[in-house]
Design a protein around this ligand. Structure first.
Ligand code: SAM
Length: 218
């Protein structure tokens, strides 16, 4: 950061700041003792230490060595906490993970992490990166296709996009409003093909516009 002002939002992931106790408790509640857990962007290890104290094997990945060093001043971590000073976007994730934790509300690399965690066989991600609010547990198994989503809020497992699927207002019950569809392949992660190829193959919209969702989800 320079100039003392706020950094552009895409750089916020580069900053270290701890979360509040409520956030840590919410994340810990999703973790079972004995799990193998990857903490992505572990900061000064304060959360990773608590996971290790539950009897978990923890890999804490943090790219800022000085932040880790601050945390180490509070004492050596237990042997079951492995500290990795690396860029989590490139460091090869270990196999055998039960969960990954991504406490990084302004993470610009959510989609990359999900793809790499799936490749590593990790079954769940505990994060505040998707809604940028509270902590949730995201199953990393294939989610329901976006086109099958019902009216209401949705959140895409693959790319992290959130939004609202329109529908019949009579279906908008309090239960629907207070829940969300976990979906896969939303409009944001299924880019539209070049305009020319659309116009060449679809004559239903001679004026050149197209139904974005209809086309993308075909
Ligand atoms: C908002 S802080 C949260 C720290 C920690 N998760 C916690 O809750 O106390 C985000 C941390 O992620 C780290 N980080 C961001 N991008 C990273 C990357 N690509 N690889 C490793 N660490 C990263 C930052 O350096 C920062 O320490």
């Amino acid at each position: 950061m320079s100039g003392g002002g706020r950094p552009p939002v895409e750089d916020w992931g580069a900053l270290w700041a701890p979360y509040d106790e409520a956030t840590y408790r919410a994340a810990l509640a999703y973790i079972q003792p004995g799990w193998v857990v990857l903490d992505i962007g572990a900061g000064d290890l304060r959360f990773a230490r608590r996971v290790a104290a539950m009897g978990c094997r923890v890999y804490a990945v943090e790219r800022q060595p000085d932040v880790v060093w601050q945390g180490l001043k509070r004492g050596l971590p237990p042997a079951r906490l492995s500290i990795v000073i690396a860029d989590a976007r490139q460091w090869p994730f270990p196999s055998g993970l039960d969960a990954a934790v991504l406490l990084m509300r302004h993470c610009a690399d959510y989609a990359l992490y999900v793809r790499r965690l799936r490749e590593a066989g990790c079954p769940r991600l505990i994060t505040n990166a998707r809604w940028r609010m509270g902590v949730e547990e995201i199953p990393l198994a294939p989610a329901r296709p976006f086109r099958e989503g019902r009216i209401g809020w949705y959140a895409c497992v693959r790319c992290g996009q959130v939004g609202f699927i329109p529908g019949d207002p009579d279906d908008l019950t309090p239960e629907v409003i207070n829940s969300y569809n976990n979906v896969e392949g939303c409009p944001a992660c299924m880019p539209a093909p070049p305009r020319e190829s659309y116009l060449a193959t679809d004559t239903l919209h001679p004026e050149g516009s197209y139904d974005r969702n209809r086309y993308r989800l075909a």
